[in-house]
Design a protein around this ligand. Structure first.
Ligand code: AMP
Length: 214
């Protein structure tokens, strides 16, 4: 199974993608996570990525395309993969198609997740992430049992740099301008589905699973 989840920031791609990838036993290739890890490690990629990420801007296409190609061709992705956060514009989608075609592969599903902007803003501004294990909480809808501490590992919960209000507005604007045109690009793909992701986590997951595995 090779699939893409796309949609606005805060729609739940990461959360739902992790659950689905786990259930399908395929890796979740989440571009934002890959880049945040590179920043944390202080690698050359991380140093390049940081200023774009802090501003809520997209990195240049050639950089992210190279990163994703190496992950897609890695042994762990041989049985399939779930892409989340890539592609994020039409040029990236076209590069992905060319890359897959060149290796005799194609996408089985493309899922567009959507929710009203008011829901996205609430999810993004309330999001808390465990510094140690990466588990995601939300101060409104899924708060930790102990304030500021991760339920799973006791790590410290932090807000992502780019989940600050002024950056959120920027990310939503970038989404509308650059990522939304993917709807037209993928609209005629035989595995394309639109998913209303405004409901609760379990409800959204149940629908997602039906769309992907029937
Ligand atoms: P995310 O965790 O998906 O919200 O991504 C966080 C940030 O990483 C984005 O705001 C961009 O700065 C960068 N990023 C993630 N995916 C891409 C991509 N496909 N192309 C360019 N930049 C990306």
């Amino acid at each position: 199974m090779r699939l893409v989840l796309f949609g606005p920031p805060g729609v739940g791609k990461g959360t739902q993608g992790a659950r689905l990838a786990n259930e399908l036993s395929i890796p979740q290739l989440a571009m934002g996570d890959i880049l945040r890890q590179a920043v944390a490690e202080g690698s050359e990629l991380g140093r390049k990525a940081k200023r774009y990420m802090d501003a809520g801007q997209l990195l240049p296409d050639d950089i992210v395309i190279e990163v994703i190609e190496s992950r897609i061709l890695s042994p762990e992705a041989q049985r399939g993969f779930l892409l989340d956060g890539f592609p994020r514009n039409v040029a990236q989608a076209a590069a992905l198609d060319r890359m897959l075609e060149g290796h005799g592969m194609r996408l089985d599903r493309v899922i567009f997740m959507d929710a009203p902007e008011s829901v996205l803003i609430r999810r993004l501004s309330g999001r808390l992430i465990c510094e140690a294990c990466g588990l995601v909480f939300n101060r409104y809808s899924s708060p930790p049992r102990t304030p500021g501490r991760c339920d799973r590992c006791g790590g410290r919960l932090i807000q992502r740099e780019d989940d600050r209000e002024e950056v959120i507005a920027n990310r939503l604007a970038v989404y509308r301008k650059q990522t939304q045109p993917l709807l037209e690009y993928y609209g005629t793909h035989p595995g394309f589905h639109r998913l209303d992701a405004s409901g609760g986590q379990d409800e959204v997951y149940a629908t997602l699973k039906t769309l992907v595995v029937g």
